[in-house]
Design a protein around this ligand. Structure first.
Ligand code: UD1
Ligand code: UDP
Length: 358
């Protein structure tokens, strides 16, 4: 059996790593990198650090409008699928690379397996929501990370070949956490090794925040009021938009430590030692929960509703005062529930795919 795996954006390299390791020896995997992300520390750093096999193809699509980016991926992926003739195509998450992979293969009647299926924000202004819905409705195998994601599919009448396998990012966290904790290169470099549990970690990249000057202003404004250091590995999109809206002055406060995006092990290390995480990222919200670090989510809703149910993750939107208030009053709860499976999502997926009959 031959599988074509589509990756291209930062979190997809991370999600593909544990599954790719498990696929070895069971199935032939051909990896296609769409090139949606292309800076070294948004792409190859993960391939190298996590020892993901070097992609067999790189479409080098790069940054474009949604239509141009997705269309160029569709054309490139179709050519590869016609040549490779796989039995199945594996896609991850909810990016334009996910949609292009699922659409190209479904049109060629090649079954699609979607990892991280069934997530919904119920906010169709998010490009990711469109990508998720379309991908789930064109997929033949739907690998769900949480109970809620299975329920979402059921309510859209998708019930066949839906598998609750746990979250592949939980596999990755368990696989790499010890290694990450042995590494404290970023904290050392920043001379913050004595500040463990006494700094905030921030990531922002969601279009609804970066492309809206009021929201971006409001979020950056909070950073200027906080009394602890804020480590901010900044996504290139966010840096670009901060400059575009002339908001660079909001990054000058002495507590704001602006750094380039970091590797996965460095990120796990920074997350583990943070006192609190501020983010609009899906993956970072989950990792905060997995690592038992309180999280303030800079959005109005989340797909990862389970993380909010026992108080580890607070949905705070983008109002400066409200966020400030939440950060300062946040008390990590005493209760904790394991909501992302048993850390062997990859093993379950490989088992199911290995039993696939043409
Ligand atoms: C994409 C995904 C989002 C995911 C995120 C993970 C879509 C619609 N969005 O958002 O779901 O959460 O990746 O990080 O697929 N850029 C660079 N260098 C890079 C990559 C991007 O400079 O290596 C800049 C470019 O200016 C580009 C902008 O970032 O225009 C946005 O990149 P893009 O891939 O379109 O979307 P993301 O915001 O990264
Ligand atoms: N991440 C990383 N370095 C960074 C920021 C994030 O390795 O500088 C990792 C993070 O630990 C998580 C993933 O990237 O595993 C999340 O990706 P991102 O926030 O870009 O996208 P999302 O999850 O929102 O789609």
């Amino acid at each position: 059996m031959k599988i074509v795996t589509i990756v291209g954006a930062r979190p997809q390299f991370i999600k593909a790593a544990p599954l790719s390791l498990k696929l070895k020896g069971f199935l032939e995997e051909v990896i296609v990198n769409t090139g949606q992300h292309y800076d070294y520390n948004m792409s190859d750093i993960f391939i190298n650090e996590l020892k993901l096999p070097k992609p067999d193809y790189n479409l080098k699509v790069g940054s474009k409008s949604h239509a141009q980016q997705t269309a160029q991926m569709l054309i490139g992926i179709e050519e590869i699928l016609l040549k490779e003739k796989p039995n199945m195509v594996l896609v991850y998450g909810d990016t334009n690379s996910t949609l292009a992979g699922s659409l190209a293969s479904a049109k060629l009647q090649i079954p699609v397996a979607h990892v991280e299926s069934g997530l919904r924000s119920f906010n169709k202004a998010m490009p990711e929501e469109i990508n998720r819905i379309l991908t789930d409705h064109t997929s033949s195998y739907l690998f769900c990370p949480t109970r809620e994601s299975v329920r979402n599919l059921t309510s859209e009448n998708i019930t066949e070949n839906v598998f609750l396998v746990g979250d592949i990012m939980y596999d990755a966290t368990l696989l790499y956490k010890d290694l990450a904790l042995q590494k404290s290169s970023v904290l050392e470099k920043l001379q913050l090794t004595n500040d463990k549990k006494n700094y905030y970690l921030l990531t922002i990249h969601r279009a609804e925040n970066t492309d809206n000057p009021d929201r971006l202003f409001s979020i950056l404004n909070v950073l200027n009021k906080l009394d602890k250091k804020i480590i901010f590995p900044i996504h290139p999109r966010t840096m670009k938009m901060i400059s575009h809206f002339n908001l660079n002055h909001l990054l000058k406060h002495k507590n704001i430590i602006l750094i380039d995006p970091v590797s996965y092990l460095d990120m796990l290390n920074l997350e583990s030692h943070a006192g609190l995480i501020l983010t609009d990222s899906g993956g970072v919200q989950k990792e905060a929960y997995m690592l038992k670090v309180p999280c303030v989510t800079l959005r109005n809703e989340t797909e990862w509703v389970e993380t909010t149910e026992n108080g580890w993750n607070e949905i705070c939107g983008y109002d400066s005062d409200f966020i400030y208030e939440k950060i300062n009053s946040f008390k990590p709860p005493n209760s904790y529930e394991y909501i992302f499976g048993d850390g062997n999502s990859a093993g379950k997926i490989v088992n199911i795919l290995s039993n696939y009959k043409k």
